[in-house]
Design a protein around this ligand. Structure first.
Ligand SMILES: [Zn+2]
Length: 447
């Protein structure tokens, strides 16, 4: 009896020890699991809450390499290549795909040669994937290749650019509301991907704006003069009015000067900390409108409006500015044929009338970049910004290599030396500014 009892006691002891070991083992496993989950959770939390795993079944085990990756204005654009064996290609698109399978597709220009498919959405820098039109959700950006036989292959994207920092894009303010879009390359389950994580924010950060207005000239630079009228004063007054009108739409507007600048303000310090180029580049704004008055010494000038944009752009908004101004302010399209793209729409590049290798003392400037610095220098790599401080007459644009650019327009409202133009702008400036406001409102679907 006593032996048995003793034996039983030992058995119980053994069982207790086994249970203890088992419990510790379970605890260790559970803890390890929680730590791994938490680590993954941290990664997902800062990038996207949907796992790539949810759509991974549609992705081929091969990445396309992205060589250019640019946000210009309200659009995301990509250029890259991939080695594939598929000579019968029908269509190549960049798609933003949700975990639900829903996708937004953008056509690319592409070329397939000896096993390499190269693709680009950059033929027009202000089209591509419209960041303003996406739902509050998580998207993966994929390359979609459709073959003649109907077969569809999706490839995720890896980053071969020098731009590794995530981009925080804020959508334009509509009904006091904005979305924040985190754009970042990440690696999940060994797959490299470009992800968009979209959340609603209660308001824009203090230093982020929707629109920048740039009243041309200022400081010691009066611009064109006609009698007692100075260009810098006329465009400032109108810019302040335009600011009010855009703010009435609910937009957050930054103005590059308000008339309080000193006489020392000149071409040099447009690149300074408080200079108009730096202000625009730091504003997080999607669009900049620079207002000017034209002048021309020749007699053939008959006046009228000219809207300048970068080359390689879709001119819908530029055309809308010109059309609305002609219509609402009762003026005309400029008759100037040089640089003209469409009635009222102009593109001027450095190539024209300049030896690009010596233009303003800079080297290595390629020809197809905008001649007007405000359009060029606020666009970063999208518009070929280049002012690097090597010319002692200018400052340095420290944002010239940025892959995030502001979509720029320069509007010559009319000619200072054409009396009817000058009178119309002086008396009816309000109508010109209303026309610009209406174009922005309808183009960006603000209200
Ligand atoms: Zn001017």
């Amino acid at each position: 009896m006593s032996n048995k009892k003793k034996h039983k006691g030992i058995k119980k002891k053994y069982q207790a020890r086994n249970r203890f070991v088992l419990l510790v083992l379970i605890l260790v496993i559970a803890l390890t699991y929680i730590i791994i989950q938490k680590r993954e959770g941290e990664i997902y939390a800062t990038t996207t809450s949907a796992s790539l795993g949810e759509i991974i079944d549609v992705i081929e085990k091969k990445n396309a390499e992205v060589n250019r990756y640019i946000v210009y204005g309200t659009h995301l654009n990509l250029e890259g290549s991939i080695d594939i064996t598929n000579p019968e290609i029908k269509n190549v698109q960049i798609v933003a795909k949700k975990a639900s399978g829903e996708e937004v597709a953008v056509d690319t220009t592409y070329e397939y040669e000896s096993g390499e498919l190269s693709f680009s959405t950059l033929s027009k820098i202000n089209t591509g994937l419209d960041l303003e039109s996406l739902d509050i959700d998580n998207y993966y950006i994929l390359l979609k290749v459709t073959s003649d036989n109907g077969q569809i292959n999706y490839y995720s994207l890896s980053n071969a650019t020098e731009y590794t920092e995530p981009i925080d894009y804020y959508t334009l303010t509509r009904n006091n509301s904005n979305n924040k879009i985190n754009i970042s390359f990440l690696t999940q389950n060994g797959v490299s991907a470009l992800a968009l994580n979209i959340n609603k924010v209660s308001k824009l950060p203090d230093d982020v704006y929707d629109v920048v207005i740039d009243p041309g000239h200022g400081g010691n630079d009066t611009g064109a003069i006609s009698g007692r009228y100075e260009e810098d004063e006329i465009v400032l007054e109108n810019s302040l009015d335009l600011k009010k009108k855009l703010e009435n739409l609910g937009l957050k507007v930054l103005i590059t000067r308000d008339g309080t600048e000193t006489d020392e303000y000149d071409t040099y310090n447009i690149y300074d900390e408080d200079g108009r180029v730096t202000m625009a580049n730091e504003s997080g704004a999607k669009i900049l409108v620079s207002l000017h008055m034209n002048s021309n010494e020749s007699d053939f000038v008959e006046g009228g409006v000219e809207v300048y944009a970068a080359p390689n752009m879709d001119f819908s908004l530029a055309k809308s500015f010109a059309d609305n101004i002609v219509d609402k302010a009762n003026t005309t399209y400029s008759k100037m044929e040089e640089f003209k793209e469409e009635d009222g729409v102009y593109v001027r590049t450095i190539e024209v009338n300049h030896n690009s290798s010596t233009f303003r003392g800079y080297n290595g400037i390629y020809d197809e970049v905008p001649y007007l610095f405000i359009i060029r220098e606020i666009g970063g790599i999208a518009t070929g910004a280049y002012v690097n401080g090597s010319n002692s007459s200018y400052g340095e644009n420290i944002y010239r290599n940025s892959n995030v650019g502001v979509e720029g327009y320069l509007i010559e409202l009319g000619y200072m030396n054409v009396n009817s133009d000058l009178r119309n702008v002086l008396n009816n400036g309000d109508l010109y500014m209303q026309a610009i406001t209406d174009s922005i409102n309808s183009y960006y679907r603000i209200k």
